[in-house]
Design a protein around this ligand. Structure first.
Ligand code: CA
Length: 228
């Protein structure tokens, strides 16, 4: 059953949406401010998010912007007024669709179905890349799943992307710069140490618990995935 996260600070609207969506058979979680909404979007792994733009703590636009670094979760924005600049900004920040309040619930339900369907379609189109494996380590891009000898390993999206990239370049030394531009994106403006931090996360989740060495440090260059 699809999971829908509602991020809306107007309790009446949030409650109304929650009841309607539960009635439709969706699993529903709600958040009353932007910060909690962002946290739940990352931790609860919803299939779609309904996001009000005017929120306390963190605006809907900011939630959208930050979420897009981590996830391609479909987002339907709710705008309180017919504010074109908000809508444009929201869509620029990666929202998929919007509705202006007050809205007809039937229309929102229809847009939710479209959003979920598009997401599933793009997920299965992305399923084309095949499963990567190295010894007992298996990474399945279609399912966003990683396992060791059948035991699932929980990775964040960034950890997953990094591991996928390293496995795709198995046996090749890759530079930090290449990792930053290919995994984080050319527009990444943060600290370059982020690569080392994420390598540490991966070692902590894979090499340490399973007593192996899959990610090797290549001095003065970067890293290399090598394991059979
Ligand atoms: Ca609001």
């Amino acid at each position: 059953m699809s999971r829908i996260l509602i991020v809306e600070d107007e309790r009446k609207i949030a409650r109304f949406l929650e009841l309607e969506l539960l009635h439709e058979g969706y699993e529903v979680e709600t958040a009353g401010d932007g910060r909690t909404g962002l946290e739940k979007a990352l931790s609860w792994a919803p299939d779609l998010m309904i996001l009000d733009l005017m929120l306390p703590e963190l605006s809907g636009i900011e939630v959208c912007r930050r979420l897009r670094h981590e996830s391609d979760l479909p987002i339907i924005m709710l705008t309180a007024k017919d504010d074109v600049s908000d809508k444009v900004m929201g869509l620029d920040m990666g929202a998929d669709d919007y509705m202006t309040k007050p809205f007809a619930i039937e229309e929102l339900l229809a847009r939710i179905r479209v959003g979920l369907k598009k997401h599933r379609a793009s997920a299965s189109a992305a399923a084309a890349p095949s499963v990567l494996s190295a010894g007992k380590l298996v990474l399945d891009p279609a399912r966003y799943a990683v396992s060791w000898d059948g035991t699932p390993i929980a990775l964040t999206k960034k950890e997953f992307d990094l591991l996928k990239y390293l496995m795709e370049h198995k046996g090749q030394a890759v530079t930090r710069d290449a990792l930053l531009s290919d995994v984080w994106g050319y527009d990444y403006a943060g600290d370059t140490n982020v690569v080392d931090v994420y390598i540490r996360y991966l070692r902590h989740k894979i090499d340490e618990p399973f007593g192996v060495k899959t990610i090797h440090t290549i001095r003065a260059v970067g890293y290399m995935f090598s394991y059979e």
